[in-house]
Design a binder for this molecule. Structure first.
Ligand code: GTP
Length: 601
């Protein structure tokens, strides 16, 4: 049975983190009976364990709901879930291209935040009709008139008929469903034209293999059909065509305006290009859809197994993760300090953290991560330009014409009282202020910042100086020439490649000094004196010394308590496992990350 176009509504929910997007999605599913009560786990759309634990949404998912509206008609509502975090902005925009409208969820006690803005701009870019929804009206701190005024002033959309709800208590969920039906446009499309479908997403399912999410623009997609991916030219026969409710339910066909999934014996997620146009192999459409730019990794770091014998296991685990995440890249690298490992590319810091955590949690791997680095463009004197993913690989300075670094456009919203400290933080990180305005009583600052100053701990610092009240969002801008130098750290006169970094010349000395001081605390005394030095090129700019000491942990155990002695020795052995033998110096694992924290309070 096909659904007529005017009985379909496709929408996404956009919100700042924690404003209640997932809770609302759960309510919509529950109210329309998409899942039986016993199947209803909290936040059903966030399917990965880490997503559920941290309460963040990583991978976009869809769900099809049947809603009997007040006009007596039954509508098919397709909700496409989108991640709210800045690292996944790319997934947000491509999901938005598959639907016609958005619910803009704003916490009525918090008001508009940085990601509210960023996400609503994606929706406006996709020409969405937008229905504002004020959530958490059950909270005593909810201030509906103030937040409505903010939405109108800052975003410039009419908020007079915003839907006021509590996703938590279930208040007025019906109002949201009615607004979807009456205020969002129905999709358009021609059922008689050749098949034209947008490839929105794909993922690997252990039982089904690669599952592809599509939005049908024109024509019909049915089981057994031979389809062609227009960009790659690959042809497949469809094994299964289904909708997600969110359970997978097989259907005869998908028609214009619908969102659905198919399987077709596709081996790898990498064989599917998000944004590609899918058509009928025998009766192809004349013109492909505009498509998307592929997501580019912007942050790189090295991941090394603590135990060198885990290398193959690490490679296999990364391969498995990549099956489901084409934006994660890795290639083998060797480090004098850390041995064999991988240079990995990520969409941003959260993405990095998630992958690292999944590797240790799901695959039980003990890893050392080196400092995250952005991608620099290095113009050489011979006219060539290289993309530098690892500061340790910087060519000889004599061969370098200039180094260009990526900049971002950042937007920060904060209560006024923290503004001074935040401006100082941005200034210290080489920021250039573009704008300062007010959203109600909150300041909105816009800065251009070098990504390499943000990549490590900017977000943590921002949260700590604003007691968690400031919100932050950014988008990548252009590369700009920077006066950057390579800072090298030498431990016992040997350069430690995993600690090499590119820094701006003006801060090189203070950063070098900080690193030496931190390492002095982190490297335990050995039987000999260990000099720790920071250098730019051949020039030493800072030095600390770890004094010699014999660490006899059993010295205190005079008397004959052999068990206690053994316990202490075991403990020491365990401690050793967490060290990296470097030359004849043991560097504790956490030193690699801790030494790089800037800590500029
Ligand atoms: N008091 C109250 N709390 C709510 C309401 N809706 C959601 N919450 C709570 O707010 C927190 C965040 O809700 P989520 O639904 O996880 O927020 P989200 O926007 O999906 O967050 P991300 O998935 O991280 O983007 C949770 O602790 C919810 O229980 C509401 O209407 N009232």
């Amino acid at each position: 049975m096909t659904t007529p176009l005017d009985h379909i509504r496709n929408f996404s929910i956009v919100a700042h983190i924690d404003h209640g997007k997932s809770t609302l999605a759960d309510r919509l599913i529950q109210t329309t009976g998409g899942l039986e009560a016993r199947e209803m786990k909290e936040q059903v759309l966030d399917s990965m364990d880490i997503e559920r634990e941290r309460g963040i949404t990583i991978k976009a998912q869809t769900v099809r709901l049947n809603y009997k509206a007040q006009d007596g008609e039954t509508y098919v509502l397709n909700l496409i879930d989108t991640p709210g975090h800045v690292d996944f902005a790319y997934e947000v925009s491509r999901s938005m291209a598959a639907v016609e409208g958005s619910l803009l969820v704003v916490d009525a006690s918090q008001g508009v935040e940085a990601q509210t803005l960023a996400n609503v701009y994606h929706a406006l870019d996709a020409n969405h009709e937008i229905v504002p929804v004020l959530n958490k009206v059950d909270l005593p701190a909810a201030d509906i008139p103030r937040v409505k005024a903010q939405i109108e002033d800052v975003i410039g959309i009419d908020a007079s008929d915003a839907v006021e709800i509590s996703a938590k208590t279930g208040l007025n969920i019906e109002g949201v469903l009615e607004a979807i039906v009456t205020r969002l446009p129905a999709p358009k499309g021609n059922p008689d034209a050749p098949l034209k479908a947008l490839l929105v997403d794909s993922w690997y399912d252990t039982y089904l293999g690669v599952v592809v999410l599509v939005r049908i623009i024109d024509g019909t997609m049915r089981k057994g059909q031979r389809i062609r991916m227009m960009a790659s030219g690959a042809v497949y026969e469809l094994d299964r065509v289904a909708v997600q409710t969110p359970k997978l339910i097989e259907v005869q066909a998908l028609t214009p305006g619908e969102l659905g999934v198919f399987t077709a014996s596709i081996k790898e997620v990498a064989d599917t290009n998000v944004g590609d146009t899918i058509t009928d192999d025998r009766k192809p459409t004349a013109e492909a859809l505009p498509g998307f730019r592929p997501a580019q990794p912007v942050v790189f770091c090295g991941l090394f197994p603590v135990d060198a014998s885990d290398f193959d296991e690490l490679r296999a685990a990364m391969g498995k993760l990549r099956l489901n995440d084409a934006s994660f890249s890795f290639e083998m690298e060797t480090s004098a300090a850390l041995g064999f490992g991988f240079r990995c590319g990520f969409l941003g810091l959260l993405h990095l953290e998630i992958i690292q955590e999944r590797l240790s949690r799901e695959f039980d791997l003990d890893l050392i991560a080196t400092a995250p680095s952005v991608v620099y463009e290095v113009a050489l004197t011979d006219g060539e330009t290289i993309a530098l993913h690892n500061p340790a690989d910087l060519p000889d300075v004599m061969k370098i014409e200039e180094i260009r670094e990526p900049w971002i456009k950042a937007t920060i919203l904060t209560p006024d009282e923290y503004l001074g400290a935040i401006l100082k933080l941005c200034q210290d990180r080489r920021g250039i202020q573009n704008n300062l305005s007010y959203v109600g009583s909150r300041a909105m600052v816009e800065y251009d910042l070098p990504l390499n100053e943000v990549v490590f701990d900017f977000y943590d610092r921002l949260k700590s100086i604003s007691k968690g009240y400031a919100s932050f969002d950014y988008k990548l801008d252009t590369h700009r020439v920077g006066d950057l130098v390579k800072l090298t750290v030498l431990v016992n006169a040997e350069p430690v490649d995993a600690l090499a970094m590119l820094v701006h010349r003006t801060v090189a000395e203070s950063r070098g000094r900080q690193m030496c001081e931190k390492l002095k605390e982190l490297i335990p005394p050995h039987l000999f004196v260990i000099p720790i030095q920071a250098a730019i090129g051949g020039k030493i700019i800072a030095r600390e010394t770890v004094r010699a000491m014999r660490k006899d942990v059993t010295a205190k155990c005079y008397g004959g308590d052999a068990t206690r002695k053994r316990k202490l020795l075991d403990k020491q052995k365990k401690g050793k496992a967490k060290m990296r033998q470097y030359g004849n110096v043991n560097i504790p694992q956490e030193a690699f990350i801790k030494a790089l924290k800037m800590g500029d309070d």
